[in-house]
Design a protein around this ligand. Structure first.
Ligand SMILES: Cc1ncc(C[n+]2csc(CCOP(=O)(O)OP(=O)(O)O)c2C)c(N)n1
Ligand SMILES: [Mg+2]
Length: 152
């Protein structure tokens, strides 16, 4: 669930499971609201489809924050396959070191492998004057959220 605070804005495509545009939306948000804090939450599969956008953020000095949920999987599709009783097929991702990638782009990057590292990593990203990426390792075997848990 995302609870918006006073004056916080949320944008998206309006479609659950949309892939790719997380970083691009953050760039658009930062251009539209210079000086404001911009955060995007992305899956590893979705981010990988358009990850070069991070270099666009660096080139244009847009200090967006990318929180990347890394499960080395197209997990939503894996859960769907399971739910309809099909064998799991083609959902593993070749793991990418997104921290190394982000640093290679000239962004700041922070890795968390345990939940207790997340708060510090996100705080450091939000304090960074540069585009910043937080790679958070998440459990690929966790069940997906039920629709009523996703209500905002
Ligand atoms: C452009 C596009 N291709 C394929 C899909 C089908 N699809 C929906 S969710 C998903 C997996 C998303 O993977 P990831 O971003 O890693 O998030 P996760 O489910 O692992 O949290 C796929 C392939 C889609 N929605 N959009
Ligand atoms: Mg994933």
């Amino acid at each position: 669930m995302i609870r918006l605070r006073d004056r916080q804005l949320l944008t998206g495509t309006g479609m659950l499971a949309t892939m790719r545009p997380g970083a691009a939306f953050a760039i658009a948000g930062q251009l539209a609201h210079p000086g404001r804090q911009v955060v995007t939450v992305v899956g590893d599969g979705g981010f990988a489809m358009l990850m070069a956008e991070l270099s666009t953020a660096v080139a244009n000095n847009l200090p967006i924050n990318i929180i990347l949920l890394k499960n080395n999987s197209l997990a939503e599709v894996k859960f769907e396959q399971k739910e309809i009783g099909n064998p799991e097929f083609g959902c593993d991702l070749a793991p990418i070191d997104f921290v190394a990638f982000a640093k290679a782009c000239g962004a700041d990057a922070f890795r968390c492998e345990r939940p207790d590292e997340v708060r510090t990593a996100i705080s450091a990203a939000l304090r960074s004057p540069k585009p910043a990426l937080v790679e958070a390792l998440v459990d690929a075997n966790e069940r997906p959220a039920k629709p009523d848990e996703l209500k905002v």
